[in-house]
Design a protein around this ligand. Structure first.
Ligand code: ZN
Ligand code: ZN
Ligand code: ZN
Length: 254
């Protein structure tokens, strides 16, 4: 399995518009972060997790060919705002794109992208199929088994995804003991960590590292980073040996 980090930045991305901080001004390519998303490729199946406002740029950089599905963690704008840009996939492959999400998330999209789901469809709108998924209810996409896991994003229950020995958990504040148990000793974990200060709905660096210590993955990568986390090359020195910062374009082979 190959996982590409398409974006590793929090909702504003890095650089932040108008910001003069050292991270936003950095020339290190690892300090430039599009909104959080990954591409998973296994046995000819291409899956994207979340479709934020940078989806177009990310697909230009890492075009995989046909997309067999888009898995949604939750409905926030930085994870869904790129929906209109599935159209090139519709035109190219003459197929609908399938979105997998919790009932609440799909309902929210129908509301926010009303023109996509209206009765009077304007020609050229995105063509989508919606598939409801639930925490702990595993499903297959062309033979690839996906286990959605519940995680808490403040008061909102959202999904993480486990595929084989890989797990992707973003926008996490807390996770239940049952999920920690499920993931203990996994090969690769990608986990969100916003910045250093406490935040009501996101893990900060210290909390993320503590959670990784509990899960004990062989390797962990931190994503959904804010410019307040610091420079990539400096933050990496502070991390335990099995923890690294993700960066855009990073490829993980599992
Ligand atoms: Zn900045
Ligand atoms: Zn969120
Ligand atoms: Zn987010």
């Amino acid at each position: 399995m190959k996982v590409t980090i398409l974006g590793s930045g929090t909702s504003q991305g890095i650089p932040v518009i108008g910001c003069e901080c050292a991270v936003c001004k950095s020339s290190d390519h690892r300090d430039k972060r599009l909104r959080t998303s990954i591409l998973i490729q296994e046995n000819g199946v291409n899956l994207v997790v979340d479709i934020g406002p940078d989806f177009r740029t990310q697909m230009l950089a890492s075009f995989p060919g046909k997309l067999q599905g888009i898995l949604l963690t939750h409905e926030h704008n930085d994870h869904t705002a790129g929906l209109d840009d599935v159209r090139p996939f519709n035109f190219l492959f003459r197929k609908d794109v399938t979105l997998y999400g919790m009932n609440r998330v799909l309902k929210d999209l129908k509301h926010r992208f009303a023109y996509v789901f209206s009765r009077n469809q304007y020609p050229g709108i995105p063509r989508l199929k919606l598939r409801k998924i639930e925490p702990w209810d595993d499903f297959k996409i062309k033979g690839v088994k996906i286990l959605p896991l519940p995680v808490h994003h403040g008061n909102l229950e959202i999904l993480g995804f486990r595929i084989d020995d890989f797990c992707y958990l973003t926008d996490v504040k807390t996770i239940d003991e049952s999920v920690i148990h499920e993931l203990r000793g996994i090969e690769v974990l990608v986990l969100s960590a916003l910045h250093r200060k406490p935040h009501h709905s996101h893990l900060n660096l210290k909390e993320a590292v503590a959670l990784i210590e509990q899960i004990q993955p062989r390797n962990a990568y931190l994503t959904h980073l804010s410019h307040n986390m610091g420079l990539h090359r400096e933050v990496e020195f502070e991390l335990p040996q099995n923890v690294k910062l993700a960066y855009d374009g990073l490829i993980l082979e599992i």
